[in-house]
Design a protein around this ligand. Structure first.
Ligand SMILES: O=C(O)CCC(=O)C(=O)O
Length: 412
């Protein structure tokens, strides 16, 4: 149902576009079928790109190799200089592409290759939108596996296709991309991990989906991997050597987060699918329709105030808050403060559809955060109960239990 909505309600025109476009490359059909079954296909540039763009990929590879060879990049990769160019959580990786491209750049031409787009379009059942273009170099560090090195599912859309191209030989030691086939939406194992949330280390993943099911994608340079990264995947942490990776991400035209690059220049003569991937209008869902709901934004509404939360976040004995989310699984986070107004302890109970989903006893005043995995359809009907009540100092005098600061549904 969710999938049909995504195709026929949220993305009708790209779906019609796909249905009206005849297949141009006869060998894409088996790739699409395998993608639907496994969520992943691997091959070479020769398998997935037209001849013209195999050359564009060569030019792109040379430009990226030159960027990686630059002394400032090498100083970081070889550990001579601290990695001050990546956020702490990605300290094992350096991006070497800018976020602005000309439509005629070889890298853009590769990402909008007609044959590649036909595979992605066949898998989505709609013309895809090119959401990101990145190239990066990954290297060994002394820290433990984190972020993309742990099993996770991408949150950008209902389905997300990433096309990874190895620009170096990738062995078991240099950080191969890894995937658990059939965990993609509508895949055979989709339901097997319904309770698995966020970033998952190997030990935990084994209890749901054992090692035998994992696919570790080693391969020589120019290996290409096409995967629906809403299925479980990660980049195995490298222990030695480096990996240079080119990555294109495709979504529908209503992704949860918008394109990460800007485009200049004029389109050359392009087919409609190419034009759509590059210039088709994408309307990222509004924050409010997504997974994030800030109590501060919400308390401005009359409905919420009458449901037990004052406009400044103070809550009485109970509050009802409806949170909207686009997913069926997520983590609910409730952040707030227990004020020092008299009592030494305070009890908070969270209910969803009248069932208790969490209970917390706070023994001392201060900030708190409760995080709990939750299932919901599109709305989580949350009830918060807290007590005992105390009066805020005069002249305010309101009877309150806690101060709510932020409530959100996090899907990753
Ligand atoms: O580094 C990798 O191989 C995995 C990358 C990844 O997890 C992602 O792009 O979402």
């Amino acid at each position: 149902m969710l999938h049909l909505n995504w195709k026929f309600a949220s993305n009708l025109w790209p779906t019609v576009g796909h249905l009206a476009t005849p297949t141009r490359f006869p060998d894409t059909r088996p790739f699409v079928d395998q993608m639907k079954r496994e969520g992943i296909i691997t091959g070479t540039a020769g398998d997935f790109l037209t001849e013209r763009n195999q050359e564009a990929l060569e030019q792109t590879s040379q430009a990226i190799a030159a960027a990686v060879a630059a002394p400032d990049v090498q100083a970081i990769v070889t550990g001579k200089r601290a990695n001050d160019r990546s956020p702490e959580k990605y300290d094992y990786s350096l991006k070497v592409t800018s976020q602005s491209f000309d439509a005629a750049d070889a890298i853009v031409r590769t990402a909008t290759d007609k044959k590649l787009l036909e595979i992605v379009s066949g898998y989505f059942g709609m013309w895809p939108h090119l959401n990101s273009i990145d190239a990066r170099v990954d290297f060994a560090t002394s820290s433990i596996a984190k972020s993309t090195q742990l099993w996770h599912r991408d949150p950008e859309d209902e389905r997300v296709v990433k096309v990874f191209t190895y620009l170096t030989d990738v062995t078991l030691h240099s950080g191969p991309f890894s995937y658990i086939p059939k965990t993609q939406p509508l895949g055979l194992f989709e339901k097997k991990y319904e309770g698995v949330l966020g970033r998952v280390p190997d030990e935990e993943m084994r209890t749901f989906l054992p090692d035998e099911l994992w696919r570790i994608c080693t391969g020589p340079q120019r290996t290409m991997i096409i995967a629906d990264t809403v299925g479980f995947h990660r980049g195995l942490k490298p222990v030695s050597g480096t990996r240079i990776l080119l990555c294109f991400a495709y979504t529908s035209s209503t992704p949860r987060s918008g394109r990460t690059f800007s485009l200049t220049g004029n389109p050359q003569s392009m087919s409609r699918i190419e034009k759509h991937a590059l210039y088709g209008k994408a309307t990222p869902l509004q924050q409010d329709d997504q997974v994030l709901t800030s109590i501060v934004a919400r308390i401005a509404t009359q409905a919420l105030r009458s449901e037990g939360v004052f406009a400044d976040g103070w809550m009485g004995a109970s509050a009802r808050i409806h949170l909207k989310g686009a997913r069926r699984l997520g983590v609910l986070s409730v952040k707030g403060a227990f004020p020092k107004l008299g009592e030494d302890s305070l009890k908070i109970v969270l209910k969803s559809d009248q069932e208790v989903i969490a209970e917390r006893c706070l023994e001392a005043a201060g900030d708190f955060e409760i995080q709990i995995p939750v299932k919901y359809r599109s709305t989580l009907r949350l009830e918060v109960l807290a007590g005992p009540l105390h009066s805020l100092p005069e002249p305010d005098g309101r009877a309150v239990s806690i101060l709510l600061k932020k409530i959100e549904l996090i899907s990753d």
